[in-house]
Design a protein around this ligand. Structure first.
Ligand code: AP5
Ligand code: MG
Ligand code: ZN
Length: 215
């Protein structure tokens, strides 16, 4: 099962990916998470990526494509994976297709999680993430039982640096201009599935599973 998750910032790609990998033992590959880890580790790649991420712009393809290619070569990707936040523009989608074709592989589906733009700002400004296990919370919609403490592992929660109103606006513009065209790209290939990303997280997960034909 090789799946691409599409959706605007805050649509719930990470939230649904985490539920999918609880059910299926394949990795969630989030380019955003990989880039944030590189920034935190202070690697050369992280240093290059940081200035773009802080502005809400896409990190250059030259950085992201090499990182993804390395990740997909790892052993845990043999049975499939969920790509979360990649591809992000047509160039990345075309390169992914070429990478897969050279391995005689193809994508099983591209799943678009659709949320009205007016809901996204609150989801993003309210987001908190566990430093230890990556679980996502939201102070407005699904708050942790205890402030700033992860329900799952007791870890401390943090707020992402790019979840500020001005940066969020930029990220939404970048999504519209560069990433939204991929809905059409995968539609033309006949592998696009779409679910409404509003309502309860578990209800959406049910729709995600039916769209992907898994139960
Ligand atoms: P990335 O980390 O991918 O961020 P994003 O696309 O902006 O998406 P988010 O992670 O913000 O949203 P999400 O859809 O995962 O939502 P979540 O599940 O967390 O990218 C960050 C940056 O890295 C980019 O700006 C760019 O600079 C760089 N980058 C990354 N990939 C790149 C690439 N391929 N090429 C170039 N640059 C790249 O949910 C959000 C909140 O909503 C949470 O609080 C959650 O609890 C809540 N929530 C979820 N579902 C619901 C629901 N049903 N109801 C209410 N609240 C909900
Ligand atoms: Mg995410
Ligand atoms: Zn945790």
């Amino acid at each position: 099962m090789r799946i691409v998750l599409l959706g605007a910032p805050g649509a719930g790609k990470g939230t649904q990916a985490k539920k999918l990998i609880e059910k299926y033992p394949i990795p969630q590959i989030s380019t955003g998470d990989l880039l944030r880890a590189a920034v935190a580790a202070g690697t050369a790649l992280g240093k290059e990526a940081k200035s773009y991420m802080d502005k809400g712009e896409l990190v250059p393809d030259s950085v992201v494509l090499g990182m993804v290619e390395e990740r997909l070569k790892q052993d845990d990707c043999k049975e499939g994976y969920i790509l979360d936040g990649f591809p992000r523009n047509t160039k990345q989608a075309e390169t992914l297709d070429k990478m897969l074709a050279s391995l005689n592989m193809s994508l099983s589906a591209a799943l678009s999680v659709d949320v009205p733009f007016e809901d996204l700002m609150k989801r993003l400004t309210g987001r908190r993430t566990c430093k230890a296990c990556g679980q996502m919370y939201n102070v407005y919609f699904n708050a942790p039982k205890k402030d700033n403490v992860c329900d799952k592992c007791g870890g401390e929660l943090f707020q992402r640096g790019d979840d500020k109103e001005e940066t969020i606006k930029k990220r939404l513009d970048v999504y519209n201009a560069q990433t939204a065209p991929l809905i059409d790209y995968y539609g033309k290939k006949g592998i696009l599935k779409a679910v409404a990303g509003t309502g309860g997280i578990d209800d959406i997960f049910g729709k995600v599973c039916s769209a992907l034909g898994i139960n």
